[in-house]
Design a protein around this ligand. Structure first.
Ligand code: ADP
Ligand code: ADP
Length: 234
């Protein structure tokens, strides 16, 4: 559904990505695994075209090259982003935050409220998917880190995405909470047929939750394998 062809990204003398080719498939839970500085964020930002490749092309299968403005907008509409630091609005409720994804970050808060019943229904359904219906009316700064991350996932879900990109979504969470968040992402992927690309630096979590692991180091893809094959080859 999306394909990177020999993509390189250079910052001055540093290559954040070197001639990377990658084809993502529908409904697949892909983990980008690598140490800090390996190029994971850059690769995720390329997939959403939040960063311009210095060389190579990115193609949304069926839509065309992402350089095309119309293709780019269509692609972004169907891509949900999840961040390490949630990027939630602290003094707003979980439900209000969730609907920011759907209505656009550029929308002023004033024009967002009061929420229509239809909007509320969409937001509540997304919160239910991540097990947080009971926190819908709680301000997000009253929630734990894991709960905030789940609100971030619910926000991405309200866009009805075909693809979810998550940059180190569990980096600031404890191990048990990390597993809960990855389990939710995995379930969404399987049940809704959404593809997810999630960057992680923990090998054990990648092996446990992904369908496919893309190992990155120094901006290069070192391996691209399914977890069971990796288990057999070590
Ligand atoms: P990761 O997500 O795996 O930690 P990044 O994609 O953030 O890796 O970074 C890959 C490399 O590119 C690093 O060496 C980083 O310092 C460099 N880099 C990333 N973004 C920038 C930028 N905006 N300006 C300069 N260098 C950058
Ligand atoms: P989970 O594992 O489900 O993410 P936790 O076990 O971390 O949640 O938190 C349990 C409860 O404690 C939650 O209902 C949450 O609202 C509350 N809580 C956790 N951390 C904070 C915090 N920093 N501020 C306010 N409430 C918190």
């Amino acid at each position: 559904m999306i394909q990177l062809n020999d993509v390189s990204v250079r910052y001055g003398d540093t290559y954040a990505l070197r001639s990377t080719s990658l084809k993502l498939h529908k409904g697949q839970f892909t983990v980008l695994l690598g140490a800090s500085g390996a190029g994971k964020s850059t690769l995720l930002r390329c997939i959403n075209m939040m960063c311009q490749p210095s060389a190579g092309t990115i193609d949304v299968v069926g839509l065309g090259l992402l350089q095309n403005r119309r293709v780019l907008q269509a692609h972004r509409r169907q891509t949900g982003m999840v961040f390490q630091q949630h990027q939630l609005i602290a003094r707003r409720t979980a439900l209000q935050n969730v609907l920011m994804g759907r209505l656009g970050y550029h929308t002023t808060l004033r024009s967002l409220f009061p929420l229509s019943q239809e909007e509320q229904r969409i937001g509540l359904r997304a919160l239910d998917r991540v097990g947080l219906l009971h926190k819908a009316l709680t301000r997000v700064d009253q929630l734990s880190g894991g709960q905030q991350q789940r609100v971030g996932i619910a926000r991405a879900l309200t866009q009805q995405p075909k693809l979810i990109l998550a940059d180190e979504p569990v980096a600031s969470l404890d191990p048990a909470t990390s597993e809960k968040v990855l389990e939710i992402l995995r379930q969404i992927c399987k049940e809704d047929g959404i593809s997810a690309v999630v960057s992680l630096h923990q090998v054990d979590l990648a092996l446990k939750y992904s369908d496919r692991i893309v190992g990155l180091a120094h901006g290069k893809v070192m391996f691209d394998a399914v977890p069971t094959d990796l288990n057999e080859n070590v």
